[in-house]
Design a protein around this ligand. Sequence first.
Ligand SMILES: Cc1ncc(C[n+]2csc(CCOP(=O)(O)OP(=O)(O)O)c2C)c(N)n1
Ligand code: SF4
Length: 250
Amino acid sequence: MKQVFAKPKALNDEIMHYCPGCGHGVAHRLVAEALDHYDITGRTVGVAPVGCSVLMYDYFNCDIIEAPHGRAPAVATGMKRSRSDLIVFAYQGDGDLASIGLAEIVHAANRGENITVIFINNTVYGMTGGQMAPTTLLGQKTTTSPYGRNFNTDGYPIRMAEMLAPLEGTTYVARMSLDKPVNILKARKSVFKAFEMQINNVGFSFVELLTICPTNWGMDSMESIKRIQDEMIPYFPLGVFKEKETEDYI
Ligand SMILES: Cc1ncc(C[n+]2csc(CCOP(=O)(O)OP(=O)(O)O)c2C)c(N)n1
Ligand code: SF4
């Protein structure tokens, strides 16, 4: 129990800038716990997105490099190809990964780059004031869909995990939720697995985490968590969509 709840060594003592209740802090912690668990902080490089987690380099004790909006998988690719001894992860929001960076994530996954991508799905552009994201749910009101997302004009929310899992290059693809402790522990296991895949050199691993953005959802934290359970999970089902065995790659 102590191991689970003590602050991970891979996080420093900086006070995070995130809004109260924001899911980014929990997601950072899970990544940091994986770095501690595999004792890889000293040889890990994270790639920060553009979005609310743009300042994540302030919180981790590993190296973090900033990528232009959406280009984290391309930057991670270059990093990993030039220094294959490093563990490289990209950390991206849904605007960053599924909108402006859609080409980068699909091609990095399809190429089977030996990197890990942590995808934060909060159904909205957080940093810029709550615009519609590719993952915004039908009917969800945002600053750019004030009457609710309408499939006639805005299309359907993208399920990224389901999109990437069938690509030959992906080895581990999962969607987890940060809504309650039992799911956070499952998410933790999944994030660990994704790093383990990279450590074993078996290719591209991807974990989508359903999280809350109370500020832009206009809800308090408890209402936001209920929204994950009542609205997000039914559309974005949880689970491991793909897990290849190491032997498949040799
Ligand atoms: C090329 C470019 N286009 C647009 C922006 C503006 N911008 C900054 S963050 C962001 C969206 C971030 O949303 P998301 O990826 O969902 O992350 P969150 O803030 O919710 O964590 C946008 C559109 C930018 N910085 N650069
Ligand atoms: S705006 Fe949303 S995603 Fe950004 S820090 Fe606040 S709660 Fe988190």
